[in-house]
Design a protein around this ligand. Structure first.
Ligand code: SAM
Length: 235
């Protein structure tokens, strides 16, 4: 937790916060902070700054906060991600948030197991929490926007054209003839497939929607590794 994210309910007055629970435990047990220490803090969707510890005990952490720094800019990147298995979903959401992805669209695909959609990890609270973990890691306060589309074809036909407009659209596909380009200086829509990969019909739909299949080399990467590698290469 490189940044402690604050919520409006934490504020006792405009300059003072009181935290309990996970953030208190983390500051005590991991940071091993003491009274008078200064921590990096940021208001969710707002400014970042410092928090001076004025109380730290088993019950609560209190800080005087000064928030005057904007969060880092997001990457001009929309990630279209075939729903991965629940454990991996958690990791990808946190990792995408920490990388600065602006928008995430979780979509269905032929090789997405139906049970993944029913996982408790799809609960709104978890989807929020995982992205929050990414912000805490990377020192950012703005959650990537998350959209969920349970049907592939309506998404591709009705929603994707608007997303793709004005962006370079790339779909990760091992073995594609085009290597993934490097350091693109324009907005990107990036599609990453399910564990079993895209089927031909899905790839054809994405190509019709303007996507270019791109390859990262002979190694087939896990979804979370592929996302990080593609983003690292593109920006
Ligand atoms: N067996 C699947 C296949 O051959 O497509 C592997 C899927 S991989 C676990 C999940 C997704 O990560 C892929 O659909 C692709 O979008 C991306 N990916 C993984 N390795 C890649 C590579 N070497 N080049 C491009 N994309 C890759």
């Amino acid at each position: 937790m490189n940044l402690i994210i604050l919520f409006p309910d934490d504020f006792l007055d405009p300059q003072r916060v009181r935290l309990t629970g996970r953030r208190l435990a983390h500051v005590r047990d991991t940071h091993r902070a003491v009274l008078g220490d200064s921590l990096n803090v940021g208001l969710l969707a707002g400014l970042m700054g410092t928090g001076l510890i004025t109380r730290l005990d088993e019950e609560a952490l209190e800080m005087d906060v000064a928030l005057d720094q904007p969060p880092p800019p997001k990457l001009p990147l929309t990630l279209v991600l075939a729903l991965p298995r629940p454990k991996v979903l958690n990791r990808v959401l946190a990792s995408a948030a920490s990388l600065g992805v602006a928008h995430i669209h979780l979509i269905n695909a032929w090789k997405v197991e139906k049970s993944y959609w029913k996982s408790p990890r799809m609960a709104e609270e978890n989807l929020h929490h995982q992205r929050l973990l990414g912000l805490e890691q990377a020192k950012d306060t703005v959650l990537p926007e998350l959209h969920i589309h349970r049907l592939f074809r309506p998404f591709v036909e009705d929603v994707l054209p608007t997303i793709v407009e004005g962006t370079q659209a790339l779909v990760g596909h091992p073995g594609a003839p085009e290597p993934c380009p490097r350091h693109i200086h324009q907005p990107i829509t990036l599609a990453v497939g399910p564990e079993g990969g895209w089927i031909e019909a899905e790839l054809a739909s994405l190509i019709r929607a303007g996507f270019c299949p791109v390859d990262l080399g002979p190694r087939i990467l896990r979804t979370e590794t592929a996302v990080a590698a593609l983003v690292g290469r593109l920006f």
